[in-house]
Design a protein around this ligand. Structure first.
Ligand code: ATP
Length: 365
């Protein structure tokens, strides 16, 4: 196992495109780190540089204390699991898993290979399928064979590039739990690329959010959710996404499209001397006033809203509340929109409430 350190790592492709713009990231020995971000942000490029499939233009990549920029992939002893699994169709499951060990030409005896393959396949519950060819396996089983290949090598770290994106929703969920369990049992340093929110929030010890080749924030899933450092991270993590509402400071009140909020000490400090601000409110920060105690009602801000569309998803109930924007906040909203690549301004509030049969479409929330 190993620690992986990126020090001001840059990738400029031959056509001059800078896909990674000076990334600093320290991944501790045994840590599970997720790289997440929108399409094209440079996640795969970063992973491929770590594993050695892509040259590093400048900066330093260290595995433990050794600089490995110029080391060939096979000398880095890292195991990569790809989205398409990269299995050999003509080889059995057994031989697919044994393949990396056979490649070392004599470093492992047949007995050693057998022992390692059987141990990995037992860990992955593939024992019954060792003689099958990949074509006769389910997507999840193929995924496990690909992981088996990484495990038998006893690599210093596992690198995953969107390993679950070819699977259906149910299998994705199962494999996600399996990967989490496996990583915990093996405690192998793991870097995992995904654009899936759930994977990012549930799998990693820490999540690194990338945008246009730059790291935005690295934190625990909880830290990202509760204390996003900027609007991009705030809007990227969470589903449905955080509501962004324009707020106008009016004496001791912050006027939002749906309600006026008293500026208490904490809000006052956050607002500073600004006159117009953007207020982020997660959909699940709302509650149905009818269900609250008097004490809780007193502590909150109550408002009535005309619900436009409702969605009932079993556990949770979403209500969509359109709102008008004030001329005075236009500039701020345009700025927000630019900041979020044109996805910032939705003139509606999304409210997530615990689903209750008595909340019907059209009711006030
Ligand atoms: P996705 O989630 O869509 O896979 P990603 O975050 O993994 O995206 P990368 O594959 O790392 O993104 O690509 C980052 C950027 O670099 C993209 O804009 C891509 O078009 C560009 N890029 C990738 N490979 C090359 C290349 N060989 N030459 C030039 N540009 C490239």
């Amino acid at each position: 196992m190993a620690a992986i350190t990126l020090d001001n790592v840059v990738k400029t492709y031959p056509d001059g495109f800078m896909a990674v713009k000076g990334v600093d990231l320290e991944i501790a020995d045994g840590e599970f780190v997720i790289l997440v971000g929108p399409s094209g942000c440079g996640k795969s490029t970063l992973l491929r540089m770590i594993v050695g499939l892509e040259d590093i233009t400048s900066g330093e990549l260290r595995i433990d204390d050794q600089v490995v920029n110029d080391k060939a992939p096979r000398d880095r002893n890292l195991a990569m699991v790809f989205q398409n699994y990269a299995l050999y169709p003509h080889l059995s499951v057994y031989e697919n898993i044994a393949f990396p060990l056979r490649l070392t030409k004599g470093q492992f005896s047949d007995e050693e290979i057998d022992e390692r393959v059987r141990k990995a396949s037992s860990l992955l519950e593939l024992d019954e399928h060792l003689e099958r060819k990949p074509a006769n396996l389910s997507g999840g089983q193929r995924q496990r064979v690909a992981m088996g290949r990484a495990i038998v090598r006893q690599a210093q770290a596992f690198l995953f590039d969107e390993p679950l994106s070819n699977l259906d929703a149910k299998l994705r969920g199962q494999m996600r739990t399996e990967i989490a369990r496996l990583q915990r049992n093996l405690a192998t340093t793991t870097v995992y690329v995904t654009h899936d929110q759930t994977e990012a929030m549930t799998l990693g010890d820490r999540v690194a959010v990338l945008r246009r080749g730059e790291l935005q924030q690295v934190a625990s899933p909880r830290g990202l959710y509760d204390q996003p450092l900027n609007l991009f991270v705030a809007g990227f993590m969470g589903s449905p996404p955080m509501n962004f509402l324009p707020g106008i400071v009016d004496g001791d009140t912050l006027r939002l499209p749906v309600a006026g909020v008293p500026l208490d000490e904490r809000l006052r400090a956050a607002v500073g001397d600004r006159e117009v601000v953007i207020v982020g409110i997660r959909p699940d920060s709302f509650e149905d006033a009818d269900t609250l105690s008097a004490e809780k009602l007193d502590a909150g801000v109550r408002f009535e809203a005309d619900v436009d569309v409702t969605e009932w998803l079993g556990e949770v109930f979403y209500a969509y509340v359109p709102f008008e924007t004030h001329e005075a906040v236009r500039e701020k909203l345009d700025e927000l929109d630019r900041d979020l690549d044109g996805e910032g301004m939705r003139p509606q509030l999304v409210v997530a409430l615990e689903a209750m049969s008595r909340i019907r479409a059209g009711d006030t929330a």
